[in-house]
Design a protein around this ligand. Structure first.
Ligand code: ADP
Ligand code: ASP
Ligand code: MG
Length: 609
């Protein structure tokens, strides 16, 4: 087992001719002073590509004798350095001994001068690699992810920026531990602790140094929850932050000690992630982009392999916030956008974005290429594969996003690009389903043509902070959908009362939105085929909306029928016949069925007057 050492936090001191300052800004003179106080010292040795520093490269002779003596007293072993270009940071491979046994470690601990910078948004041409919870669920998965990181280094000849989620189900386990403390007065972090310990042990890492400090804080927090009997959204965010903070420390240590890569763990809030104070679903503030760039310029040299927590950030008061479940995807695209990365890779446990949720439709197939807008619609309308907001930074700064399978790295995955770059000749790209939504029917009691009706309705929903997903309107009526659980009975009654002067309002629960992510320019064909299939399945479509996005046709059906509907639609658009996949057939029967269904009683058709 390695001795206690945290890659990011270890105080270490170095001196060598030509090395004017280390990353803490120490001069050689002050280094000498600091050396006496240092608990341990790392000494750099010359590093050659793919070669461990050997005695022949030991450059301790470069160290002036005074310092060498000091170093030996401090149980320091050897020093060398690689000087690249004058302005480039030093790449350090060091040996360290604080127990008499020298151990090889590596890491960039020093920087000769500031890392070269580029124009904003183009600081480094790096790849951002994000690994989700299932990719780092245990020690074996971490080893595999380390192999993938190595492969990326070989491919791009640069260190990627790595973003990690919490290991496996750690986030859920933390939530469960918080609820147990709150509701049952039980303080028990065993599940989280055992997983972290098991991974450390299997990887030969020092668990006391690496994870115990965090686990101790976690126990203190749970104890506080137990006694105060309070678990606010703010405290919940702090609670779940332990998941990502544990995983980056373990993985960076694995890269550093076992793989000899210069990895350092960082918490995203230290890197610059700032959000508003909307705990549990916080929004990233604009200043984040500059803060990230500046942090990389100051702290993360090109010779550093940064391993950064996904999902978490801080608000301007310094409280930990989270970006919503699955938020590590958003961390990765934000980093990619801020740094002008070549691409953002999002590694999951599926072969890319599939034509629909593979848990619902096992014969779903990967989509090779899609646009940012399509991916965003898919995520927003229920596909759990990507965080709903993750595409925004990528779209804004045009950073391609590649979704890959860490369990099957050879699979090509899905590449998400600007719309003009994506192949758009197919009618349907993918299907998603969002279950448990509420359907609200609002019928105006005013005369036809009275103005201000829609404005009053939306003002009412805005006051109640209810977000509307899908809308269909006619001259006198409006149908819309709300998220599951968004509107409880009390709130429903208040809305009905508030709008009673202008409309009759009725709420229906247990509905599902099926989104056909498609080329809306071919909407007649798509609707015709969709309606035919649903008609054959006796599925009643309660609302149709072809929104302004041009990428999405949404159908509202009963929850109970949603899976049958998705399977039937999937067969139609992806497996049925050769013509289905190139989308050239639109039969008269299908068109007739579509018309019949659209005109059927109770169907709301967007835009119908
Ligand atoms: P991670 O946490 O590793 O980032 P997630 O578990 O959040 O990944 O997302 C991957 C999961 O999303 C898959 O295992 C799959 O079950 C689910 N999923 C839902 N819809 C889709 C889809 N259209 N394509 C791919 N996966 C999907
Ligand atoms: N760990 C967080 C979650 O489970 C964030 C993420 O995995 O992206 O939601
Ligand atoms: Mg996830």
């Amino acid at each position: 087992m390695h001795s206690a050492l945290q890659p990011a936090a270890q105080p270490c001191f170095i001196l060598a001719p030509g090395l004017t300052s280390n990353r803490n800004g120490l001069t050689r003179a002050s280094c000498a002073h600091e050396l006496r106080r240092a608990p341990c010292v790392w000494l750099a040795r010359r590093r050659f590509p793919r070669q461990t520093a050997g005695p022949q490269h030991d450059a301790s002779c470069l160290v002036p004798s005074f310092h060498r003596q000091e170093l030996h007293r401090q149980r320091v072993v050897a020093l060398s350095r690689r000087r690249t270009k004058r302005t480039a940071p030093l790449d350090i491979v060091a040996e360290r001994s604080d127990s008499g046994n020298a151990q090889a470690v590596s890491g960039t601990q020093f920087q000769q001068e500031a890392t070269p910078t580029g124009a904003p948004g183009k600081v480094y041409d790096r790849v951002v690699c994000k690994f989700g919870g299932s990719s780092v669920a245990d020690a074996e998965r971490m080893r595999e992810v380390a192999r993938l990181v190595r492969r990326q280094i070989e491919l791009s000849r640069q260190y990627p920026v790595v973003v990690l989620s919490a290991m496996g189900s750690t986030t859920n386990d933390l939530i469960a531990a918080g609820d147990a403390a709150l509701y049952e007065g039980i303080v028990d972090s065993t599940v989280v602790r055992n997983r972290a310990y098991a991974v450390c042990d299997a990887l030969g890492l020092d668990r006391e140094a690496l994870v115990d400090p965090l686990l101790m804080q976690l126990d203190q927090l749970l104890m506080g929850v137990k006694f105060i009997r309070e678990l606010s959204p703010r405290t919940r965010d702090y609670l779940v932050s332990f998941g990502e903070r544990l995983s980056v420390r373990i993985f960076a240590a694995h890269l550093l000690y076992n793989e000899g890569l210069p990895a350092r763990a960082f918490d995203a809030f230290d890197v610059g992630f700032r959000t508003d104070s909307n705990f549990q679903n916080a929004e990233i503030l604009e200043e984040t982009y500059d803060l990230i760039r500046s942090f990389f310029e100051r702290v993360v040299s090109n010779q550093t392999l940064a391993v950064i927590t996904g999902f978490i950030a801080k608000d301007n008061e310094g409280h930990v916030t989270t970006l919503g479940r699955g938020g590590s995807d958003l961390t990765a695209t934000t980093l990619g956008a801020a740094l002008g990365a070549t691409e953002v890779q999002v590694w999951k446990d599926v072969d890319g974005i599939m034509t629909t949720d593979p848990r619902l439709v096992p014969n779903a197939i990967p989509v090779a290429e899609m646009s940012f807008e399509e991916a965003a619609e898919l995520a927003y309308f229920g596909a759990k594969v990507l965080h709903p907001v993750a595409m925004q930074p990528a779209l804004r700064f045009n950073i391609p996003v590649r979704v890959k399978n860490s369990y099957n790295p050879e699979a090509p995955g899905t590449v998400i690009l600007r719309r003009e770059s994506a192949t758009m000749d197919r009618p349907v790209t993918a299907l998603s389903v969002k279950r448990g939504v509420q359907l609200v029917d609002i019928v105006s009691t005013r005369m036809v043509g009275a103005y201000g009706f829609l404005a009053r309705v939306f003002a009412c929903f805005a006051t109640h902070q209810l977000s509307v997903d899908v809308i269909a309107t006619s001259e006198v009526s409006l149908s819309l959908t709300l998220d599951a659980n968004a509107c409880d009975m009390t709130r429903q009654q208040r809305i009905i009362k508030e709008l009673q002067q202008i409309a009759q309002v009725s709420f229906s629960s247990g509905r599902a939105i099926i989104s056909i992510i498609s080329n809306v320019r071919r909407s007649s064909e798509i609707l015709a085929r969709a309606m035919k299939v649903l008609h054959e399945q006796n599925i009643e479509v309660q609302m149709i909306s072809q929104g302004a996005s041009k990428f999405n046709i949404s159908l509202v059906v009963h929850n109970d029928e949603a899976i049958t509907a998705v399977r039937a639609l999937h067969d139609e658009f992806f497996h049925c016949s050769p013509s289905a996949s190139n989308g050239t057939s639109t039969s008269a029967t299908a068109a007739a069925a579509a018309a019949a269904a659209a005109n059927a009683d109770g169907v709301r058709v967007a835009g119908a007057a």
